[in-house]
Design a protein around this ligand. Structure first.
Ligand code: MG
Length: 250
């Protein structure tokens, strides 16, 4: 069955607050395709001088599986690659508001369609997903496309390079704040893919879920960065962040 708007999403899911669309609605408008203007870089650009490097291409000593054991993904040629069924991995480092840089590549050999093609994810604080997916000539529900804030907000553009090419996420993350059990400020995120703005200070509805509405639950102001094992051979390299301190925190 060829994917089209009638069969790529769900219509039995709740309506997202403030929109007319179901969670994972196949009929939500697709992000327009924008071809990135920058040439695809063969070698990663060096991190800035004050960056905290989470993965420099050499090993996974800074990463663990979700039970805290050794991260089982493969490392070769300066990148890490998902080893399917070994599970998602997280940084040992826990951090909060930040500027985050992540490079990734979907498999050059195209397999699967919709959510089954080059799926992984960048989970801020281990909870909030910026979707990783090969959406180069691959239709899926808009709130699950490349760079979507999964299950909540489609990106402003589909700025994918071809499968196998390196893609660059630059993310500005402002985590939520809680006072006891109360949310005092939601999370906001700005995302660029290959130099194209996908989200500009977008407010998140809560942590990432599948098929249901999200609600915030109190958590610390720091958390790990998590990369998702969704069963596809996605690669990552050159991962670093710079901490940000909000004005109201001095
Ligand atoms: Mg994903």
């Amino acid at each position: 069955m060829t994917p089209d708007a009638s069969n790529i999403g769900y219509d039995d899911t709740p309506i997202l607050p403030g929109t007319n669309y179901h969670v994972h609605d196949g009929n939500r408008p697709q992000p327009p395709v924008v071809t990135p203007g920058e040439p695809c870089c063969e070698e990663p650009v060096a991190p800035p001088s004050d960056a905290i490097v989470l993965f420099d291409g050499s090993d996974l000593s800074g990463w663990v599986d979700k039970e805290g054991g050794p991260a089982a993904w493969k490392v070769e040629n300066g990148y890490m690659e998902v080893v399917p069924k070994t599970g998602s991995i997280q940084t040992r480092e826990h951090f909060g508001d930040c500027q985050l840089h992540v490079e990734w590549a979907a498999p050059a050999e195209v397999k699967g369609e919709s959510q089954g093609r080059g799926n992984s994810g960048v989970f801020l604080m281990g909870l909030y997903e910026v979707q990783v997916l090969d959406c180069y000539d691959n239709l899926t529900y808009p709130d699950g496309t490349t760079g979507a804030l999964y299950g909540q907000w489609p990106p402003l553009a589909n700025a994918c390079r071809k499968p196998g090419e390196w893609q660059v996420y630059d993310i500005i993350w402002e985590g939520p704040r809680f006072d006891g059990d109360n949310l005092v400020r939601p999370a906001f995120v700005t995302v660029l893919l290959n130099g194209i703005v996908l989200h500009h200070h977008r407010e998140l509805m809560g942590p990432t879920h599948h098929r249901v509405l999200s609600e915030y639950e109190p958590h610390p102001e720091v958390g790990p960065l998590e990369l998702q094992d969704h069963g596809d051979l996605v690669r990552f390299r050159n991962i670093w962040y710079r901490p940000l301190t909000a004005d109201d925190e001095g």
